[in-house]
Design a binder for this molecule. Structure first.
Ligand code: NAP
Length: 293
């Protein structure tokens, strides 16, 4: 049941994510205008939203303008139109398009120059999870602007997390989480391929997910203190020993004739730490070798 104050919101972009966001705002009782480059998609959003053909009209008189486009360049193209930019003046733009911290900084610069309040945000959810307990949105920018809109923003994710005043901080956190996700997922898929190639049902490996997720969790916890203190010594397992284990993975992949590119890349990264004289340190010591050459 909708509760709280109704806010005039515009959602720019009626792709998979934008449509889900717009419907969630409308379901929470907000007055939602939608606009999309391909107008049919905006009309198809439904859920009590109102589709506009003109972007200027869609954003005029709105308190909150939520943007969900493929990339920041698409947003820059849209707001290059003087009528659109002047209709946005006085609104708060919440940029939910995924991007890099540099993209976020560019967005803030544009907003400052056009009298727009600006939050950069990153959503950690598939569209089907929007407005459920599985959705998290990270926000960066002015704390006061975030606090002012928090109640309305919670329509898309109760778990709305303010990260930092630094405008790039939500994008940084998003990229960090996504790297762990994509890298970890590639590792899981490569491991399943190794099992299959060796005649072991990948189910046997996947059923052990709690063991490798647990190891990653323990390592992340240990890494936190070690990174803080810049001291990677310990008595659990040396990098020399870890590198030997990685060599087995490369050999298995090569013998079983599956791609060894991923484990070789891992091995190269860990070996670099040995070359740097860190062989007797614990695994997180690799962190100190990751600065760009
Ligand atoms: P999508 O379904 O492909 O939608 C992309 C949207 O961007 C469409 O509305 C498209 O308009 C619009 N667009 C692209 N280029 C444009 C341009 N030059 N000018 C105007 N509009 C343009 O993608 P999505 O899944 O909704 O993703 C949208 C954003 O959410 C992305 O930044 C994505 O990284 C982020 N995100 C998505 C998910 C997810 O699971 N889907 C999760 C987290 C974050 P047309 O319809 O006219 O092409």
């Amino acid at each position: 049941m909708p509760s709280g104050r109704s806010t005039k919101i515009a959602v720019i972009g009626s792709g998979l994510m934008g449509s889900a966001l717009a419907r969630a705002f409308a379901a929470a009782g907000h007055e939602v205008a939608v606009w999309n480059r391909t107008p049919g998609k905006a009309r198809a959003v439904g859920g009590g939203t109102l589709a506009f053909e003109s972007l200027t009209e869609a954003v005029s008189g709105r308190e909150l303008v939520v943007v969900s486009l493929s990339n920041y360049a698409a947003f820059a193209e849209l707001v290059a139109s003087a009528p659109v930019a002047s209709a946005l003046a006085g609104t708060t733009v919440v940029q939910l398009t995924s991007g890099s911290p540099a993209d976020a900084r560019g967005g803030l610069e544009w907003a400052k120059a056009h009298g727009v309040d600006y939050l950069d945000a990153a959503i950690l959810a598939f569209p089907g999870f929007v407005a459920t307990d599985y959705a998290t949105v990270f926000y960066a920018g002015s704390r006061a602007t975030f606090d002012r809109h928090l109640e309305a923003l919670q329509a898309i994710a109760k778990n709305s997390v303010y990260v930092d005043e630094k405008i790039g901080s939500a994008a940084t956190l998003d990229c960090a989480i996504l790297e762990a996700f994509y890298g970890g997922t590639l590792a899981v898929l490569h491991a399943a391929a190794m099992c299959k190639a060796e005649g072991l049902d990948p189910k046997a490996f996947l059923a052990q997910k709690n063991s490798f997720l647990g190891l990653i969790s323990v390592t992340a916890d240990a890494a936190q203190g070690m990174i803080e203190s810049n001291d990677f010594s310990g008595d659990q397992c040396s990098l020399n020993t870890h590198v030997a284990a990685l060599e087995h993975i490369v050999r298995l992949s090569t013998d079983a004739r599956i791609s060894s590119r991923f484990p070789k890349e891992l091995l190269e990264n860990y070996r670099r730490a040995l070359t740097a004289g860190l062989g007797e340190k614990e695994l997180p010591a690799v962190f100190s070798t990751l600065k760009q050459d």
